[in-house]
Design a protein around this ligand. Structure first.
Ligand code: OGA
Ligand code: MN
Length: 298
């Protein structure tokens, strides 16, 4: 929060223009150039991000250096995971992960996730300490499709019937590390479809957000998820029921990308997915991720 010593706060107005989407989450921030954002503006953006979980900034012109510099204001960045092709990262920018269907001169895709659907997921929750924030910047967008949807996992938890809340109290969930959201096998992992034995991290199924204190459902992704301690059949049935609640349309908001859009999301209390788009059109996005400061906790 902005303290009383802040002259802008005492004027009673936020230094940035926050426009909630009107959907279950998300807000657009107007009138900010992310290359040169001041301290008071930054604090307002940070608060708006905690309040709305997803922020959209339009009409930005960011080089990788600008994207990294802005991302770093939220904390230390992760080194990007290896691309599906085994390619490591953008030359000279180990923090940048490329999401793209574009095929390079060597015949290999320059990034990950192709042009297909990316299913609902939370980023890298198969790790013990997943990133707290992801930022995606649109460099090239297809004329149609490729929209990214976000869903509110606070509201998903709040909206569960009481009996279901009681049933999942204290349960843990394994977040699978075998496949990414495009269905591609991760680098260095052996394919397996047994949720009980697949690699991954175990987290509380209901987490408390370390900054807002609010409880949220923490599902990660559906494929190969498992609720340890339950039989496979019980685990599958309960997960299916939770996913039906968590993926209702009224919990989500979609961004229809324009070149120059920067979207940043709170990876601890949201999920996201992507619509497919025509494989012969081009989509190029650069992503950074800010390290989490703590493990997901109940
Ligand atoms: C991601 C992701 C979806 C998209 O970058 O983590 O899931 O719309 N991207 O590109
Ligand atoms: Mn993702």
């Amino acid at each position: 929060m902005i303290g009383n010593s802040d002259p802008l706060a005492t004027q009673g107005s936020s230094p940035v223009d926050v426009r909630p989407t009107g959907a279950a989450l998300g807000a657009e921030i107007r009138g900010v150039d992310l290359r040169s954002i001041g301290e008071a503006e930054f604090r307002s953006v940070h608060q708006a991000w905690l309040d709305h979980s997803v922020l959209l900034f339009r009409d930005q012109t960011l080089q990788d250096d600008d994207l990294i510099r802005f991302s770093r204001r939220f904390g230390d960045l992760d080194i990007a995971p290896v691309q599906e092709t085994g390619r490591r990262f953008v030359e000279g920018y180990p923090e940048i992960y490329v999401v793209s269907n574009v095929v390079g001169a060597d015949g290999e895709p320059i990034g990950s996730l192709g042009a297909g659907e990316a299913v609902w997921h939370t980023d890298m929750s198969y790790l013990p300490q997943p990133p707290k924030m992801s930022m995606l910047y649109a460099i090239e967008v297809p004329p149609a499709g490729g929209e990214t949807g976000f869903s509110n996992m606070y509201a998903a938890y709040d909206g569960l019937p009481d009996a279901l809340k009681r049933r999942i109290e204290g349960l843990q969930i394994k977040h699978d590390g075998t496949y990414n959201s495009g269905g591609y096998l991760r680098q260095g992992v052996t394919a397996t479809d047994d949720p009980r034995t697949s690699p991954g991290a175990i987290h509380p199924l209901v987490c408390s957000h370390p900054e807002t204190g609010r409880r949220n459902l923490y599902l990660g992704r559906r494929r190969n998820a498992y609720l340890p301690g339950l039989s496979l059949e019980e685990s599958e049935a309960l997960l299916d029921e939770l996913w039906r609640h968590a993926t209702r349309d009224e919990l989500s908001w979609y961004n229809r990308w324009r070149v120059g859009d920067l979207v940043m999301w709170d990876n601890r209390c949201t999920m996201h997915r992507r619509n497919p788009f025509a494989p012969d059109s081009r989509r190029v996005m650069h992503r950074t991720q800010v390290q989490g400061q703590s493990r997901p906790a109940a």
